[in-house]
Design a protein around this ligand. Structure first.
Ligand code: HSE
Length: 434
């Protein structure tokens, strides 16, 4: 059988890795796909010193790839929204299948892209868009297809996890570690996407959609980054038996779906609390299977290429199948997507870590306890660091039971009005994940 012809758009970190893996493992991949897979053309403006492209035709114009009649599968690895969207829509228009690692594109424009792909009977595969090399999309979409998914929670930004780990383990500064993550090709072109949680929210939006059968709704995701975390809170969390991780959480409740990215305290003995460096991990809880955990490299040249190439193999195998009998893009049949609403963060439920900077007076703890109890907030543990009294101020640290966020907002506002409380109250959500 004739080899399948692939065009790679973008020869950066992931594009270079994809080219190298396709070339190095060509024989093994052909045995899996049932036919050879050949890179017929590459679009890039800059050579990649890590790739020996040999005689593979190279163009500077990405649209040469989608207009090349020889090419069956367009691999979009340029990133970003605008040009990538135009490229992908044009590829679909031209009847080509698409493989992309672009989470921003899928999270923001995926509904439109998939509708167009269905119209044209082509596949848009996006395994590499979430959690780098971990095949978590395939696991949820196919492996867990018998389950009603209750919740999922994941460390889904490698750069952020790398920064938190290096800061905690080696005491390195935020800026220093971020620079290294950029050099290693982990970080987004705009690294604020990593540290402010936007990249994780893109990925969470995709995971929630395929887990619960809802349209992609990135604009409704709550996003909070890691840049404001302090060493003090990292240390207090440890003293209470927790680790702080930047987590994406999607949970189905009767009222709606929680979709939130934020720093989170997790019990230190959970497996996911011990996922360090650039590694990612996603926990998925289904009614039949219980809790499952998927772990692996969340960013980087070849781990991400591993997912891109797996999609290319999947598309190759499905080339001759009836489009109506393929796995739906978002796991559920498109006319069966649910309109269960995404909840605002004030309606989400969590436990909370609070750090209150208080004057070291008798009765302060009583006032704090009264404010919380008046709002039905149960305290699970409390710690007052007498040894850390400075300028007559003492940090009071407590962890609450689960409560709807609006009540914590009200309590924090009341605490901040107390004469004996100085500074803003620090609030970090807590998840037990059991
Ligand atoms: N910037 C992303 C991360 C790359 O650090 O996880 C992989 O999506």
């Amino acid at each position: 059988m004739k080899p399948v012809k692939v065009g790679i758009c973008g020869l950066g970190t992931v594009g270079g890795g994809t080219f190298n893996v396709l070339k190095r493992n060509a024989e093994e991949i052909a045995r899996r796909a049932g036919r050879g897979i050949e890179v017929a053309q590459i679009a890039t403006r800059h050579p990649n010193s890590k790739c020996d492209t040999g005689s593979t035709p190279i163009t500077a114009d990405i649209f040469d790839i989608v207009n090349n009649p020889e090419i069956d599968i367009v691999v979009e690895l340029i990133g970003g929204y605008t040009a990538a969207k135009e490229l992908v829509l044009k590829a679909i228009e031209n009847g080509k299948h698409v493989v992309t690692a672009n989470k921003a594109l899928i999270a923001v424009h995926g509904n439109e892209i998939f509708a167009k792909a269905r119209e044209k009977g082509v596949i848009v595969a996006f395994e590499a868009s979430v959690a780098g090399g971990i095949p978590v999309i395939k696991a949820i979409r196919e492996g867990l297809a018998g389950n009603r998914i209750n919740w999922l929670a994941g460390i889904i930004n490698g750069t952020g996890n790398f920064i938190l780990t290096e800061m905690r383990e080696k005491g390195r500064t935020f800026e220093d570690v971020l620079k290294e993550a950029q050099e290693l090709g982990y970080a987004e072109a705009d690294p604020t996407f990593d540290v402010e949680g936007i990249d994780a929210a893109h990925k969470l939006t995709i995971l929630a959609s395929i887990a619960f059968g809802i349209p992609l709704q990135f604009d409704k995701a709550y996003t909070e980054g890691i840049a404001r975390l302090t060493t003090a809170d990292v240390n207090y969390a440890e003293a209470l038996g927790y680790r702080i991780k930047h987590l994406g959480v999607a949970r189905r409740t009767e009222a709606g779906i929680e979709l939130r990215v934020h720093p989170t305290l997790i019990p230190a003995d959970r497996l996911i609390a011990n996922v360090n460096g650039v590694m990612n991990a996603v926990m998925v809880n289904g009614d039949a299977v219980g809790s499952t955990l998927y772990y692996g490299a969340g960013a980087g040249m070849e781990p991400t290429a591993s997912a891109v190439v797996a999609d290319v193999v999947d598309v190759t195998r499905a080339l001759t199948t009836d489009p109506n009998n393929r796995v739906p893009h978002l796991a559920f049949q498109p006319d069966s997507l649910s309109d269960h609403p995404i909840l605002p963060i004030t309606a989400c439920e969590s436990a909370y870590y609070l750090r209150i900077q208080a004057k070291d007076h008798p009765g302060v703890l009583a006032q704090v306890a009264t404010i919380l109890s008046e709002r039905g907030i149960n305290i699970e543990s409390i710690m007052q660091k007498e040894a850390e009294v400075q300028d007559g101020l003492v940090p009071v640290i407590l962890v609450t039971h689960r409560v709807v966020e609006q009540r914590i907002d009200d309590a924090i506002a009341a605490l901040e009005r107390l004469d004996d409380v100085v500074d803003k109250v620090v609030r970090i959500r807590v998840e037990q994940l059991n």
